[in-house]
Design a protein around this ligand. Sequence first.
Ligand SMILES: Nc1ncnc2c1ncn2[C@@H]1O[C@H](COP(=O)(O)OP(=O)(O)O)[C@@H](O)[C@H]1O
Ligand SMILES: [Mg+2]
Length: 242
Amino acid sequence: MDAPFIRIKGLTKHYQMGGQVVRALDGVDLDIEAHTFTVVMGPSGSGKSTLLYLLGGLDRATSGEILVDGQRLDQMDENALALFRRRTMGFVFQSFNLIPSMTALENVSFPMQFAGMNATQRGKQAGGLLEQVGLGNRADHRPTELSGGQQQRVAIARALVNNPSLILADEPTGNLDTSSGAAIMQLLSDLHRSGRTVLVVTHDPRMIRFATHKIYLLDGRVVSEAEYQSAALETARDIQGE
Ligand SMILES: Nc1ncnc2c1ncn2[C@@H]1O[C@H](COP(=O)(O)OP(=O)(O)O)[C@@H](O)[C@H]1O
Ligand SMILES: [Mg+2]
């Protein structure tokens, strides 16, 4: 049988903090099929960002295997990893990470220079991507001249630059009000329906309704939904009992 689009085996990430070892990820096994919309839920500190960064090749694991689209990320050198990342993945972050001095169009076209396009081609394609996220009329605005929801749309347009098959988003609605957050979720859902594999980490339960698959993280481990819910109940009781 073919391997799934993403296969993670025995993944650990340990940090040395003073005399203590922090087990940010503590033996994670995961299979994720192509064209799914996976939501990774977990409380703050459960290892969500760590998982996403390792999966995206932005950081190295302590041990374990990461297979994406048939390629072992954990066995690639830095150059191969950078190339693979650029071709295969688009990243969306909670804090948008736009370049403040650049317009929306420039923010989107900037990463295209690495793909060997000339300025005219870049402008045209970036304009098209901004249209796609509903911001065709804001191309000349700088980030400070855009709402949070609009900035996140620009960041999503930028993530689409190399037509990635995998979109990774780290709490993409974390800095947004309810209605712009919902619009961003809808946009990510549209990307999923257009054929991409989308993986979103969040502690926002409203994300769940867009998911085809759900993964629950507690203390660096994948747990069942039942375990996750009962841990959440215990936490609520502890808080009430204080
Ligand atoms: N660079 C780091 N150095 C030390 N500890 C870290 C580092 N990054 C994350 N951690 C720890 O790893 C755990 C998981 O962090 P993280 O993946 O950011 O969680 P989440 O995104 O779910 O809030 C936390 O206990 C956090 O404090
Ligand atoms: Mg995080």
